[in-house]
Structure formats: structure tokens, C-alpha cells
Design a protein around this ligand. Structure first.
Ligand SMILES: CC(C)(COP(=O)(O)OP(=O)(O)OC[C@H]1O[C@@H](n2cnc3c(N)ncnc32)[C@H](O)[C@@H]1OP(=O)(O)O)[C@@H](O)C(=O)NCCC(=O)NCCS
Length: 154
């Protein structure tokens, strides 16, 4: 889907803009230090931008053949335009390149938008972590998907 957004690897210079979005969309946001460490460590960390403005980001990590999506956010004024989906698909492609065969993530039980998005790209519920989140305390739903042979070849 052409959403007019460019997806590219994150750099240290993106952290301030990413934190601005993170603070707007999460009640318990990551710190600038968390994002700086991700940018410096070489984990899959993608930016969506439009006209040079950062409008979304996604972070994952990987160990052996398992990937995990750690964070995903889209600026409120750019939501529902396909940005989240292309960020997740971009992360999946990067994880596939690095040898991942399956990908996990945790999402708040009440986060209907994210759960819908992940369902659309093939994730399915495989478990729960009671009381996993803070501010407010809430269960995490654990989602999993396999990376298809097509994604690995793309
Ligand atoms: C979840 C989030 C990243 C989605 O980003 P987005 O760019 O708006 O998502 P997309 O436009 O790519 O949506 C893809 C699909 O997800 C579902 N979806 C996205 N937002 C939705 C919403 N508010 N309500 C219901 N379904 C939604 C839809 O099925 C949508 O497809 P459609 O628009 O064709 O119906 C965004 O809402 C966000 O930043 N939320 C706050 C942070 C967050 O919850 N991150 C995830 C933590 S695990």
C-alpha cells in the first residue's frame, strides 16, 4: 500500500522526535535513554517519516530464530493511514533477514487498535501475562506469528 511515507532505519538524531510521539501515545512511555540504547545497539529500529518529519517508529530485537516486537507508535495525527502496518511489515522483513522464524510480542489487553493491526498481519494469541503492565496495571496478551518462506525470500 503506498501511504506516501518513507520507512528507514532509525538514527540517534531521531530520538527526540520518537520520544515526542511515545509520550503522546503511551501512558507508561519508554525514556529517551531506552531509545538511544536501541539506536546505538543495532537492533531493528525503523522510522516512518513524511516530508522529513518523523511520524512513527517500531523497535524489535532478535535472538537466534526468535524475534520480538518491543515497541510501536504512530503520531495521533497520522494514525489509520497504514503507517503502523508498514512499520510492522518492515520489522518482520528485517527480522526474517536476520534469521528469525517466529516473532512474539506483548500488547495490553484493552489495546483494540494494536491487537487488530497485529491480527491483520498474522499474529495470533498464544498466552497471557497477568498484571504485566503498569500505569494502569493490566494483563498482557502474548501474540505470535511465523515468518513465512515468502517473507524470508522477499
Ligand atoms: C496501534 C497503532 C500503532 C496503529 O497504527 P496505525 O498507523 O494507526 O495503524 P494502521 O493505519 O496501519 O492500521 C492497520 C489496521 O489496524 C487496525 N487498526 C488500527 N487502528 C485502529 C483503531 N483505532 N481501531 C480499530 N482498528 C484499528 C485496522 O484493522 C487497520 O486497518 P484498516 O485501517 O484498513 O481498518 C497506533 O494506533 C498507535 O500508535 N497506538 C498507540 C501506541 C500503541 O498502542 N502501540 C502498540 C503497542 S503493542
Amino acid at each position: 500500500m503506498d501511504v506516501g511515507y518513507r520507512i528507514r532505519p532509525a538514527q540517534a538524531a531521531d530520538v527526540a522526535a520518537v520520544c515526542g510521539i511515545e509520550g503522546a501515545v503511551f501512558s507508561d512511555p519508554w525514556s529517551a535513554r531506552d531509545f538511544r540504547e536501541c539506536a546505538a545497539s543495532g537492533v531493528p529500529f525503523l522510522i516512518a517519516e513524511q516530508g522529513g518529519i518523523v511520524v512513527g517508529y517500531a523497535v524489535a530485537h532478535q535472538a537466534a530464530d526468535e524475534g520480538e516486537i518491543l515497541n510501536l507508535g504512530v503520531a495521533p495525527s497520522h494514525q489509520r493511514r497504514g503507517v503502523g502496518r508498514v512499520l510492522v511489515e518492515g520489522l518482520m522483513a528485517l527480522l526474517a533477514d536476520r534469521g528469525a522464524r517466529e516473532v512474539y510480542l506483548e500488547v495490553r489487553e484493552s489495546n483494540a487498535a494494536a491487537r487488530r493491526l497485529y491480527q491483520h498481519v498474522g499474529f495470533r494469541e498464544v498466552g497471557r501475562r497477568p498484571g504485566y503492565y503498569r500505569r494502569p496495571v493490566e494483563d498482557a496478551v502474548i501474540l505470535r506469528t511465523s515468518i513465512s518462506a515468502e517473507t524470508r525470500r522477499a
